[in-house]
Write a protein that binds this ligand. Structure first.
Ligand code: FMN
Length: 364
C-alpha cells in the first residue's frame, strides 16, 4: 500500500490510537476477495468494487480511496449521456478524473435511449476509461421522470437495445447496474439479466430492491443468487454490506463474483484495504481520512463547492460513532475547513465509541 500523506490539518493533540476492530474475516473469504476477476477483455485485481454514488464518488473521494490502497474498480458519479459528448473535464464537477486512475475507473452514464447513450459511451472509450457502466437502477424522481435509470426497467426491450447498441459501438467492458424492478418479483429481473448478457454486457451489478423502495426496506440477498445462477458473466452483489460479516454472508448466500460497496466506502474509504487484509485501521484512521478528504476536496474543487461536498459526505463517517449525529451537525454548521478540522480533532481526541453496526440509512 502507498504511504498515506500527512494531512495539512495537523491534529491539535496526539491521542493514543485504540485498536478498534478485530480481524474476523475468514482466510478463504480474504483469498476470494483478492482473486483477480476478468470483466470482458480486462481484469480487475480484487473483487470489492466501489458503487457509483452521485455527489459522493467524485475525483477527490476516489483519490482518497486510492491513498488507502484502492479497490477492484472505481466508479464515477452518474454522468448525463446527453451532456457527456460535449462535457469539458476541466469544468465539469462529475466528468472529472485524474489520468492515473483511468485504467481502474468505470464511468457510469444515464440516459433514455441508444441515440444519446452510444455517443456518450464512445467518448468514455476515447478518454481511456476501464469501462462504461449503464445506470438502470437509479429511482429518484428527477431521473425516472426523464425515462432514465430504473425507469428503463419498465421497458425491457429498450433497456436491452441500449446495451446491444453500446456493445456494438465500443470495445471496452460494458457493465449494467440494475435493481429488482418495479414489483417485488425476481422473475422479470432474471429474464432481463439473461437478455443483458445476450446483448453483450460484460458484468452486472444487482441491487435487490424494488424501485419505489429506495433504501427503506432491507435488500433481498437471495434475489442476487437467482441473478448469479441465470448468467455466466460476473455478477456483483450490492446492498447494505456494512460489516465483514455482511460481506461473508453476501458471498455465501448469493455466490456472487464480487461485491459493490456504496455507503460503507464513503464512511470508511479504507474498507477495501481493510477487508482484503492490507490495512488494520484504528481510531486515528477515521480522523486522518476526514482531514485528508478536506485536503483533496480543496485540491480538486474551488470554494464553496469543496466545503459543500465535504458536508454531503461527512454524514457517513460520522454515523459510525455514538453521538455521530451531533458531531456531523457541528461540522455542518462550521463556516470553513479550519473550523471543521477543529471539530474533527475535538471529536477524536475524546476517543468516541464506534458502533457495532452503523446506521447509514440516513438519506432516502
Ligand atoms: C447518495 C447516494 C447517491 C447514489 N448515486 C448513485 C448513482 O449515481 N448511480 C447508481 O447506480 N447508484 C447510485 N446510488 C446507489 C448506490 O450505488 C448503491 O446501489 C446503494 O447505495 C446501495 O448500496 P450500499 O448499501 O452499499 O450503499 C446512490 C446511493 C447513494 C446513497
Amino acid at each position: 500500500m502507498k504511504n498515506v500523506p500527512v494531512p495539512r490539518w495537523i491534529p491539535e493533540l496526539a491521542v493514543a490510537s485504540k485498536i478498534e476492530y478485530k480481524p474476523i474475516m475468514k482466510e478463504t473469504t480474504r483469498q476470494f476477495i483478492n482473486t483477480p476477476l476478468a470483466i470482458g477483455n480486462r481484469e480487475i485485481p480484487t473483487r470489492l468494487i466501489l458503487a457509483p454514488m452521485s455527489g459522493l464518488t467524485h475525483v477527490a473521494f476516489r483519490e482518497l480511496v486510492d491513498r488507502y490502497g484502492g479497490c477492484g474498480l472505481l466508479a464515477t458519479e452518474m454522468c448525463s449521456a446527453k451532456a457527456l459528448p460535449v462535457e469539458n473535464r476541466h469544468v465539469s464537477n462529475v466528468f472529472k478524473w485524474r489520468d492515473a486512475e483511468l485504467p481502474r475507473l468505470c464511468c457510469q452514464i444515464f440516459g433514455s435511449d441508444p441515440e444519446t447513450m452510444v455517443p456518450a459511451a464512445r467518448r468514455v472509450e476515447a478518454e481511456g476509461f476501464f469501462g462504461v457502466d449503464l445506470n438502470f437502477g437509479c429511482s429518484v424522481a428527477p431521473i425516472c421522470k426523464k425515462n432514465c435509470g430504473a425507469a428503463l426497467l419498465k421497458t425491457p426491450d429498450l433497456a436491452v437495445s441500449i446495451v446491444r447498441e453500446i456493445r456494438r459501438a465500443v470495445s471496452i467492458p460494458v457493465t449494467v447496474k440494475f435493481r429488482t424492478g418495479w414489483e417485488d418479483r425476481i422473475g422479470p429481473a432474471v429474464d432481463l439479466a439473461r437478455r443483458f448478457e445476450d446483448a453483450g454486457a460484460d458484468a452486472l451489478t444487482f441491487h435487490p430492491r424494488v424501485a419505489p423502495d429506495r433504501r427503506s426496506r432491507p435488500p433481498k440477498r437471495e434475489y442476487i443468487h437467482h441473478i448469479k445462477q441465470a448468467v455466466s458473466i460476473p455478477v456483483f452483489g450490492n446492498g447494505e454490506v456494512f460489516t465483514m460479516d455482511d460481506c461473508e454472508k453476501m458471498l455465501e448466500i448469493t455466490g456472487c463474483d464480487g461485491i459493490s460497496l456504496g455507503r460503507i466506502a464513503v464512511a470508511k474509504p479504507w474498507v477495501f484495504a481493510h477487508w482484503s487484509g492490507k490495512l488494520e485501521p484504528d481510531l486515528n484512521t477515521h480522523r486522518e481520512s476526514l482531514l485528508q478528504m478536506m485536503d483533496l476536496l480543496s485540491d480538486h474543487f474551488a470554494p464553496p463547492t469543496d466545503i459543500r461536498k465535504f458536508k454531503k459526505l461527512a454524514l457517513y463517517p460520522a454515523a459510525l460513532f455514538q453521538f455521530g449525529h451531533a458531531f456531523f451537525n457541528r461540522m455542518f454548521r462550521a463556516a470553513d475547513f479550519v473550523e471543521i478540522a477543529h471539530e474533527i480533532n475535538m471529536f477524536f481526541n475524546a476517543s468516541p465509541e464506534p458502533l457495532a453496526r452503523p446506521n447509514l440509512n440516513l438519506f432516502r
